[in-house]
Design a protein around this ligand. Structure first.
Ligand SMILES: *Cc1c(COP(=O)(O)O)cnc(C)c1O
Length: 379
């Protein structure tokens, strides 16, 4: 059978245990059986997010969770702040525009993220903002902000802090209640190592007050419906039953291994990739103090044709990495080290990257990247 290793930041590799769960015959969702699953998965996700707030499940990809946040928190014409330091930050502004919100957009150079001081400044300038929308792991650049310090700033204002944690949850820490985060948006197909299909939205009491007050249009993503159903351990519409059942198992696996331990492991894999990148004479795109645990965007000289390298790795060798997005299109290769990816997947991926770089004429000593990664893994 042909190898098909996903080292992409969504969907990410699905472990065999979860493939087996996904292959089970479907059950009906209005049953005590499924209600038990909903109860467990909610409690599990609350542990992962570190919150006592409501956690709603939508039948959607990650963007559905983001759309729900935008549609529910403000009315047309009301002011919100969106922050951009990559492709996914731009999505917040696009969503705000689609819902006719008055969006003030803060543009930060790609490669870093917004600092707590910059958050403070923009909130002082716009005290009437209902919410500030930002990205925890900016998957296009692999940069991540200091969420704890940003939460500290936002919680002193009337604005709600909305975080796109689609690629961050499970991989980066999320202390929703302790940090004062009001909405956490995520999905099943990144840190939770499953196919896409479940959008996750956690909402604080501050966010619930905004969503009850909003007059914006919404139907499928009306979180007031989710809230009502949640109180009865139910969902307003047919959930993505099979994926919710697998999500329950995925969360149990994560918690059994220990979240902190897993997060340290993702950081170790990240460090191995950073070391390999340097040893290959290449550069990590994100600035050192902003680098995420979940993936690494590597700058590739355009002469080496990074798009072609990605295609060769995928089509010839069965190893899928991601190319660049937005302004980084044709300039980077992104390797994910999230979800079920482990040390040996990373070594396999790096070995393939070395092969295609070498064949493209990049000058380095074969094995240099692998040796640097081995040293990190075997310290
Ligand atoms: C994957 C991702 C999303 C959502 O994308 P979908 O294709 O809708 O799942 C949003 N934000 C970030 C940061 C992501 O990595």
């Amino acid at each position: 059978m042909k190898r098909n290793l996903l080292l992409t930041p969504g969907p990410s590799k699905v472990p065999v245990e979860l493939c087996a769960v996904l292959g089970q015959p479907i059950i009906h969702h209005r049953t005590p059986q499924f209600q038990q699953v909903l109860k467990e998965v909610t409690a599990g996700l609350q542990k992962v997010i570190n919150t006592t707030s409501d956690v709603y499940l939508l039948a959607s990809s990650g963007t559905g969770a983001m759309e729900a946040a935008v549609a529910n928190l403000a009315s047309p014409g009301e002011k919100v702040i969106t922050v951009e330091y990559g492709k996914f930050g731009e999505r917040w502004a696009a969503l705000a525009k689609a819902y006719k919100l008055n969006a003030v957009t803060v543009k930060i150079p790609w490669g870093r993220t917004i600092t707590p001081d910059e958050v403070k400044t923009v909130l002082l300038e716009h005290p009437d903002a209902k919410a500030i929308f930002l990205t925890q792991c900016e998957t296009s650049t692999s940069a991540t902000p200091d969420m704890a310090a940003i939460g500290e700033v936002v919680r002193k204002t009337s604005a709600a802090l909305v975080v796109d944690a689609v690629s961050a949850l499970g991989t980066e820490p999320m202390m929703m209640d302790a940090w004062g985060v009001d909405v956490v948006c995520s999905g099943s197909h990144k840190g939770f190592m499953l196919p896409p299909g479940v959008g996750i939205v956690a909402v604080s009491p501050k966010a619930i007050a905004l969503m009850e007050a909003s007059s914006n249009i919404r139907f499928y993503f009306d979180l007031r419906k989710s809230r009502k159903a949640f109180a009865d351990t139910d969902t307003p519409f047919t959930p993505a039953i099979s994926i919710v059942i697998a999500l329950n198992e995925a969360v149990k696996m994560l918690l059994a291994e220990g979240l902190e331990k897993k997060q340290e492991y993702y950081l170790l894999m990240a460090k191995a990739v950073w070391a390999a990148t340097e040893a290959l004479g290449l550069k990590v795109f994100a600035q050192p103090e902003f680098r995420s645990r979940g993936l690494t965007a590597i700058m590739i000289p355009e002469a080496l044709n990074p798009k072609k390298l990605v295609k060769t790795m995928r089509d010839v060798h069965g190893i899928t990495m991601a190319g660049g997005q937005g302004d980084l299109d044709g300039k980077t290769i992104r390797i994910a080290h999230m979800g079920a990816v482990d040390e040996y997947d990373i070594m396999t991926g790096l070995s393939c990257l070395e092969k295609v770089l070498y064949q493209a004429g990049h000058k380095f000593e074969l094995g240099a990247g692998l040796a640097a990664a081995q040293k990190v893994f075997n310290k």
